[in-house]
Design a protein around this ligand. Structure first.
Ligand SMILES: C[S@@+](CC[C@H](N)C(=O)[O-])C[C@H]1O[C@@H](n2cnc3c(N)ncnc32)[C@H](O)[C@@H]1O
Length: 505
């Protein structure tokens, strides 16, 4: 495999030196490992800080680095650090430093070693290599030993890394999480945002629960390592409080407590993954008069073969029972969007579909975009079917929260912050993420105030899809915030943050 396929990305020396400086004192008889040494950036930083050559050990899967590393006077083994584990590999090192390769499950490396990797790391996460390097290094560390890595920051919040976070919480004191400059590796064509992670292996639960983490939100440049503009102290035990044990960075204590103590939204509305047609081009048509129909018509002008043309149907067909309204698109549109797609409901077509039988299709409810820059919830009229991840259908569970009320709540800046600022800051949100949102039952007057605004937005959007609802949205955002403040004392600084970063205006 070539260097790109092995995830070679070089750490800027200043960053390696910072990580080494955070390990504390390395005394004479202690052993330090770089498990993925590459050309030895961390080794140079260790030597510069005064660590003796004899204490330093290096691994890399690529034997080409042997000469370069041995020239530095330290020991090198050309091994696969993830797979070369034996009974002596555990509890061996006092310090482990490095920049583990970031190879995902589509990489040649993970695909060709899938079975072995799964055997070793399957219980925690065998999807990509950097998380396996974290686990492997914790195994290799002695009790009290320290780890210092620079990795992608995605393990801090993605729900796919829940088990990794649990493993770290159960085995380590988290000393430091620092969000490194976003562009640290951009000259090497790496776009993931990096984080520095410093851990101490610790089997004592009481110590772990008493631990305070030094947390540094995103810094702009390497110059900021030593004197960051903002530093937070987070109790490690608070990392058990958010859904999926998210390692949050800059979330208000009152919000954490709210997540910890409030009922989950799942108790009030339940979401379902939808169905598969196996061939949307064949079975899904655009409804005449919608924007999608115009797009299909333009595309069809270029397609000669009648059988390959995109289908467009008149909306009356929806009443005939031969077609059903279908929701399959994500996007950031809120409250209401005219239904633009129809699903072939002929006997021949439905035979082909995978339709889960525990899903209450055709009920009135809410559709939430699975892929969108913000939390986006829309009204779902009776009769709809939906696809499997870009649009998720939700049905209310009892009358204590109506559809219109929930639409207002979910589209508010506060819930956009909960969903996109805390639970998942990527473009996607899973069903489990929506279910895990905290909720408090509304009193009737609050519910009615929100419903009135939402009703107005939907009515106007039905007449004009481009209706500008900023005025109503501001009102909803204020009503929601003020209602929650009453119960949970959210600080006013949170409202400023919501207006600035999480509102639609
Ligand atoms: C991100 S680079 C880091 C290089 C260097 N330590 C630095 O920070 O500049 C990752 C290194 O991991 C090595 N590598 C990839 N898979 C490995 C494995 N399974 N075991 C050991 N090393 C591996 C690659 O050859 C590459 O040198």
């Amino acid at each position: 495999m070539n260097k790109k396929e092995l995830g070679v990305v070089l750490t800027p020396p200043k960053t390696a030196e910072y990580i080494v400086s955070r390990l504390g004192n390395v005394s004479g008889n202690q052993k330090v490992l770089d498990p993925c040494v590459g050309p030895g950036i961390f080794i140079k930083a260790l030597l510069k800080s005064g660590v003796d050559k004899a204490q330093i050990f290096c691994h890399d899967i690529n034997s080409d680095y042997k000469a370069t590393i041995e020239d530095l006077g330290v020991r090198f083994r050309a091994i696969d650090n993830l797979l070369s584990l034996n009974s002596e590999s555990y509890n061996e090192y006092d310090f482990i430093v490095g920049n583990p390769p970031y190879l995902n499950k589509a990489s040649n490396y993970v695909r060709s070693n899938r079975v072995e990797l799964k055997k070793l790391y399957g219980n925690i996460n065998a999807h990509e290599t950097y998380s396996m390097f974290i686990v492997n290094s914790i195994w290799r560390l002695k009790e009290g030993g320290k780890l210092g890595f620079i990795t992608s920051d995605s393990f801090l919040s993605l729900s796919t890394h829940t088990k990794l976070r649990n493993f770290i919480l159960k085995n380590c004191l988290i000393n430091e999480i620092l969000l490194a400059p976003k562009d640290l590796f951009s000259n090497q064509n790496v776009s993931t945002s990096p984080a520095i992670l410093i851990l101490t292996k610790c089997s004592n639960e009481q110590l772990r629960n008493q631990n305070n983490i030094y947390v540094v939100p995103r810094i702009k440049s390497e110059e900021d390592y030593k004197n960051p503009k903002k530093v937070l102290n987070i109790q490690q035990k608070n990392y058990h409080k958010l859904p999926f044990n998210i390692f949050f960075i800059d979330v208000e204590n009152e919000v954490i407590d709210f997540f910890d103590s409030a009922p989950r939204l799942e108790d009030f509305m339940k979401g379902y993954i939808g169905m598969h047609t196996h061939d949307n081009r064949k079975y899904v048509a655009a409804i005449e008069g919608t924007r999608l129909a115009s797009i299909f018509r333009r595309r069809n002008e270029k397609i000669k073969d009648y059988n390959l043309k995109y289908k467009i149907i008149e909306s009356e067909h929806l009443d005939s029972g031969n077609w059903k309204p279908y929701l399959k698109r994500g996007g950031s549109e809120q409250y209401y969007r005219p239904i633009s797609e129809a699903l072939d409901w002929s006997e021949a077509a439905t035979k082909v579909y995978d339709i889960p039988n525990n899903v209450p299709f055709e009920k009135e409810g809410i559709v939430i975009s699975g892929v969108s820059t913000r939390l986006a919830a829309r009204y779902m009229p009776e009769g709809c079917y939906w696809d499997s991840n870009k649009a998720m259908g939700f049905i209310t569970r009892n009358s204590s929260a109506s559809v219109e009320f929930l639409l207002g709540l979910l589209n508010s800046s506060l819930y956009n912050y909960f969903a996109k600022g805390i639970i998942n800051n990527t473009n996607s949100i899973q069903l489990t993420g929506v279910h895990a949102l905290p909720f408090i039952e509304p009193d009737p007057s609050f519910m009615a105030e929100i419903e009135a605004q939402v009703h107005n937005i939907i009515k106007n959007k039905m007449l004009n899809p481009d209706y500008n609802y900023v005025k109503e949205q501001k009102l909803i955002d204020n009503l929601v915030f003020n209602y929650f403040v009453k119960y949970h004392n959210f600080p006013l600084s949170l409202k400023k943050k919501l207006d600035k970063q999480y509102s639609v205006y």
